[in-house]
Design a protein around this ligand. Structure first.
Ligand code: G6P
Ligand code: MN
Length: 447
């Protein structure tokens, strides 16, 4: 089996490779093609992978290329984990928004729209190449904003493209462990869009255990989302939101906290990762060690401002160590390749499951996966509150896609103005103008 990783020089690629090294079953991935537009990053990450593979018998063979078609030829699976505009682009996404008084974050609010505007055209181009060169391949989309990007690729790849994120399964696992339930045996009644969903039930042994979790203050304070949102608010909601909903439910506090720090998340990662790649060029023999150190720092500071707002303390060791990101991807590949039925929360077409959304809307929802791909399963319907937020943000995603694909300035403006975290049309105008001025990929939106 051959796996192609687009964004193969990306910092989290070694996580995926580590998971592949641990997979000893028949029909496992035997060759990995790394594609990236940046040769230096590719060389650094390939050095990390070589050191990971040292001493492992039958480790997947790794090749590197900057030629997309060459990378795609013969692929059984394609992981797309690209970052258009790099971390430099991410810092502009954040800075422009914060300077105009709204949240600047990778996927939520204005920052997510700017990121979507420059990523969607590239993702569509990739989807077209996959359809032409590797039409049989399954495409696993990690690229953020993951729901929007997956929806943009579907017209070219149909249901062979599946979006993934580790946040929902991480939430499910943490909630199950807080109840003393084995996470692999539970059913998670989770639904929403990527980075905008709720866990509304957790069934184990035929019983919904979520009410018991919501009752227990001790159990709630034992995990991240319980501490972020607080027991009282979770009881009022009757559900546990995805961690990214903290930016909505505590909008003014999280905005103030993110504005108060000198360095945005993107800026921190830009400096941290630039140092890692530069250092690895100088000391390739230390690539793995440098990568491990950098990764530990990244994990421990994830969503640090939100945790400060909620006084939620340090991150849990288990969350930093647990292989959420790479395990979701590996489980999905194995279920498809081996026709081994698995239940995973994925970004797929709604197909009538959630009544408030149309069939083609990409939603994040539990799916049954086997050799035929991922099929969403029945979950409880959205409440009016959940549906209201989801439909608003789906309209934002679709306007962003329309603007990115067709170049419509009106559609781009609507995307900013309709977002629940952007409070004025005037601000939307300013955001669009400033992003267009500062991001070369958005120069077509300049007036
Ligand atoms: C979570 C999110 C991802 C995001 C990642 C890293 O896993 O679900 O979408 O890419 O965190 O976030 P960071 O701020 O470290 O880049
Ligand atoms: Mn995610």
């Amino acid at each position: 089996m051959r796996l192609t990783i687009l964004g193969g020089g990306g910092f989290r690629v070694p996580l995926v490779y580590q998971a592949l090294l641990g997979d000893r079953g028949t029909g496992r991935i035997t060759s990995v093609a790394l594609f990236d537009t940046d040769r230096t990053r590719l060389t650094s990450i390939a050095a990390v992978l070589r050191q990971q593979a040292a001493g492992v018998a039958d480790a997947p063979v790794v090749t590197e290329t900057t030629d997309l078609d060459e990378a795609l030829r013969g692929a059984d699976f394609v992981f797309s984990a690209i970052r258009v505009g790099g971390l430099e682009g991410r810092t502009i996404d954040e800075r422009v928004a914060l300077d105009l008084g709204v949240l600047g974050q990778e996927t939520v609010g204005a920052g997510g729209i700017a990121y979507g505007l420059r990523t969607v055209p590239v993702a569509v181009g990739i989807a077209q190449r996959i359809a032409a060169v590797a039409p049989e391949a399954w495409v696993i989309n990690f690229t953020n904003p993951a729901g929007m990007v997956t929806e943009a690729m579907i017209p070219y790849l149909g249901d062979r493209v599946i979006g993934i994120c580790d946040s929902p399964s991480g939430l499910g696992r943490r909630a199950a462990l807080a109840l003393g339930v084995d996470p692999s045996t539970a059913f998670y009644d989770y639904a929403g869009l990527n980075h905008l969903g709720w866990l509304r039930g957790l069934r184990s042994g035929g019983v919904d255990r979520l009410p018991a979790l919501l009752e227990s203050s001790d159990a709630l304070s034992s995990f991240e989302e319980g501490r972020l949102f607080g027991a009282d608010w979770l009881r009022s909601l009757g559900a546990i939101p995805n961690e990214y909903l903290h930016y909505y439910y505590f909008a003014r506090e999280t905005l103030a906290a993110v504005q108060a720090v000198q360095q945005t998340r993107g800026k921190f990662l830009l400096e941290q990762q630039s140092a890692f790649y530069a250092e690895t060029v100088r000391h390739p023999e230390r690539a793995l060690e440098l990568w491990q150190k950098t990764r530990a720092e990244r994990e421990s500071t994830y969503m640090v401002e939100s945790r400060e707002v909620a006084d939620a303390g340090e991150r849990d060791e288990r969350d930093m160590a647990a292989g959420g990101y790479e395990q979701v991807a590996l489980s999905l590949m194995r279920a498809i390749a081996h026709n081994e039925r698995a239940s995973l929360i994925l970004n797929v077409r709604n197909r009538g499951v959630l009544h408030h959304l149309d069939d083609d809307a990409v939603v994040e929802i539990p799916c049954t996966v086997d050799a035929n791909g991922a099929l969403p399963v029945t979950v409880s319907q959205l409440t009016d509150h959940q549906a209201g937020l989801i439909c608003s943000v789906k309209a934002v995603e679709r306007s962003t896609i329309e603007a990115a694909v067709g170049g419509s300035r009106d559609a781009a403006l609507r995307a900013f103005a309709w977002h629940p975290l952007i409070d004025s049309v005037t601000a939307a105008h300013k955001l669009l103008d400033e992003y267009a001025a500062r991001l070369p990929e958005l120069s077509a939106f300049r007036v």
